[in-house]
Design a protein around this ligand. Structure first.
Ligand code: NAD
Ligand code: AHE
Ligand code: ZN
Length: 370
């Protein structure tokens, strides 16, 4: 079939909205009509050429929601008409990783996914001339139809609005999950969140859910303050307004250092500040942000010797087929908020404007509506 897609033709190039060909689902695959997709900074990270794993031409997008149109042979858990959220971290429930409660990083299809291919080693997308176009993160939601492995689809309730719950496909789950699944934040904790964008705001909302007493937000953009306060931030720090080193300032503000710190910027210097502003003896710093090719983190080992820990999280430690439907329920039951964070919507034709808004710091989440 012919579908509309935003194709990343090369590093640093704007996405090209065009018609491409999509082959139907093969064994254990599902054809999904995507109804809405968010724009995450990770899409921009790959589009820009900063992703060491980035390959082109590809159809990006990993924060979608839609409806099952057709299932391939062997698919048993889904049927046409089911509402789904594609998962860039699948959940096969049988690999060594899925069977280990310490991780959510299902590895069943990771190697082909990283090569932009379906699990059988081929692509379903091609140009109208028949040249292959690569998938991205196993999801490729910047197309109005996509083919996704069955193990990478969470079935969600049919009354949830696509244009809101698509955000649960990455940002909401990553931010809240980093607090609940990865850090396991306790009631009364003090926390610092670096970067108050689409991920950081969800870390803040997760901290409020977990009962943190102090939630410090750090961002260079003062325009992020108002929204962060709405989601539970208690103190705002703009590093450009702090005289001297930021670490002692934050340690003082949190009365000795934070119990938990979170990087949601992807900047390795910020990651170091986050680690060093965690409390001596027990503070944990969680890396969420993804850093450009070649970037490395560093600190004095003494920071770890004296009891701070450095950890990371992908997709908030969530097991998507199990956890994503529950997070959709939390949204539908009013336990978490999503609507105010979706600051802009646009048709696929205007997707590059969404990335412009991200660069300008004017949006939290832009959502493409098909
Ligand atoms: P975003 O662009 O919406 O937000 C980033 C925020 O960081 C902005 O508000 C920006 O002003 C702020 N910022 C940038 N540099 C800063 C600095 N030096 N000090 C303080 N604040 C600074 O991006 P997002 O969609 O929220 O994504 C955030 C990061 O998380 C990205 O690196 C993204 O790739 C990554 N991410 C990781 C996962 C995961 O599973 N680990 C999932 C989603 C996104
Ligand atoms: N390809 C990059 C790393 C990108 C990365 O860390 N991706 C996160 C999800 S970000 C979603 O917005 C992730 O899930 N990573 C685990 C994995 O297996 O990809 C690089 O540096 O090579
Ligand atoms: Zn993302």
């Amino acid at each position: 079939m012919e579908v509309r897609a935003a194709v990343a033709l090369g590093a640093g190039k704007p996405l090209e909205v065009t018609t491409v060909k999509l082959e139907g689902p093969r064994a254990f695959e599902v054809l999904v009509e995507i109804k809405a997709t968010g724009l995450c900074h990770t899409d921009e990270f790959t589009r820009s050429g900063a992703d060491p794993e980035g390959i082109f031409p590809a159809i990006l997008g990993h924060e979608g929601a839609g409806v099952v149109v057709e299932v391939g042979p062997g698919v048993t858990s889904l049927k046409p008409g089911d509402h789904v959220i594609p998962l860039y971290t699948p959940e096969c429930r049988s690999c060594e990783y899925c069977l280990n409660p310490k991780t959510n990083l299902c590895q069943a299809i990771r190697s082909t996914q990283g090569q932009g291919l379906m699990p059988d080693g081929s692509s379903r997308f091609s140009t109208l001339d028949g040249d292959p176009i690569l998938h991205y993160m196993g999801t490729s939601t910047f197309a109005n139809y996509t083919v996704v492995p069955e193990i990478a689809l969470a079935k969600i309730r049919p009354d949830a609005p696509f244009e809101k719950v698509c955000y649960i496909g990455c940002g909401v789950t990553t931010g809240i999950g980093a607090v609940i699944n990865t850090a396991k934040v306790e009631i009364g904790s003090r926390a610092i969140v670096f970067g108050l964008g689409g991920i950081g705001l969800n870390v803040i909302q997760g901290l409020r859910l977990a009962g943190a007493d102090q939630i410090v937000g750090v961002d260079l953009n003062p325009a992020k303050k108002e929204m962060a306060e709405r989601f539970g931030m208690t103190d705002f720090v703009n590093p450009s307004e702090v005289e001297g080193d930021l670490v002692p300032y934050l340690v003082n503000l949190t009365k000795g250092g934070a119990d938990y710190t979170f990087d949601a910027t992807g900047n390795v210097n910020v990651m170091r500040t986050a680690l060093e502003s965690a409390h001596k003896g027990w503070g944990e710093s969680i890396i969420i942000g993804v850093a450009p090719a070649g970037a490395e983190i560093s600190t004095r080992p003494f920071q770890l010797v004296t009891g701070r820990s450095w950890r990371g999280t992908a997709f908030g430690g969530a097991r998507g087929r199990t956890d994503v439907p529950r997070i959709v329920d939390w949204y539908m039951d009013g336990k978490i908020e999503i609507d105010p964070m979706i600051t802009h919507t646009m048709p696929l034709e205007d997707i590059n404007k969404g990335f412009d808004l991200m660069h300008a710091g004017e949006s939290i989440r832009s959502v493409v509506l098909y």
